[in-house]
Design a protein around this ligand. Structure first.
Ligand code: IMP
Ligand code: MG
Length: 169
């Protein structure tokens, strides 16, 4: 497995993003919404650097055909917190075409949050099909298939502590 991002780089970036969230949401009490399954590792590291009061919730998104990037997704587990009038930060592992996050944002907007921001660890901006505003981006990466640190290929490799490039073998 070729390494794309080593552990220490991810660690530093996660701390930087959290510091920015601490500043931007000072005196607020945001709801941090992690998108399962991919975001769970990033989210758990991120929130441990967050010093403002926050609430944590999860949305579980499943693809119909096993290919998340088709954008044909459904919400398979909903939030448990009412986000009306709340400041919401959606935490994603990776944004590729933008279809998945745009589905999520449209869904969350119907619940009338006070504000809605997106925080993604990885961004493949070469592949964007749907334009989505991203507030926090860890790393812009080329159009490769990334695995590890929560990201999977057929549900494998989520446990790697670094991010590698899946080479098809
Ligand atoms: P999008 O809808 O094309 O933006 O794709 C987003 C979803 O596809 C992510 O939430 C991932 O589940 C999956 N995905 C896209 N690219 C990768 C990748 O390089 N590695 C692992 N999963 C990916
Ligand atoms: Mg995902």
């Amino acid at each position: 497995m070729n390494i794309l991002l080593e552990e220490y780089l991810i660690k530093d970036k996660v701390a930087q993003i959290a510091a920015q969230i601490n500043d931007d949401y000072m005196n607020k009490n945001p709801v941090i919404v992690g998108i399962l399954k991919g975001a769970f590792v990033f989210m758990s590291d991120l929130i441990r650097h967050i010093e403002i009061p926050v609430e944590i919730d999860f949305l579980c998104i499943s693809s119909y055909n096993g290919k998340a990037s088709s954008g044909v997704v459904r919400l398979s587990n909903d939030l448990s917190i009412n986000i009306e009038d709340r400041d919401v930060i959606v935490v994603e592992d990776i944004i590729d075409s933008g279809r998945t996050i745009s589905f999520i944002l449209s869904n969350l907007e119907t619940r009338h949050p006070r504000s809605l921001a997106v925080c993604t660890l990885l961004n493949k901006n070469e592949d964007r099909v749907v334009d989505v505003p991203l507030t926090y981006v860890g790393f812009n990466i080329p159009s490769v298939f990334a695995v590890g640190y929560g990201l999977d290929h057929k549900n494998q490799y989520r446990n790697l502590p670094y991010i590698g490039v899946f080479d098809g073998s």
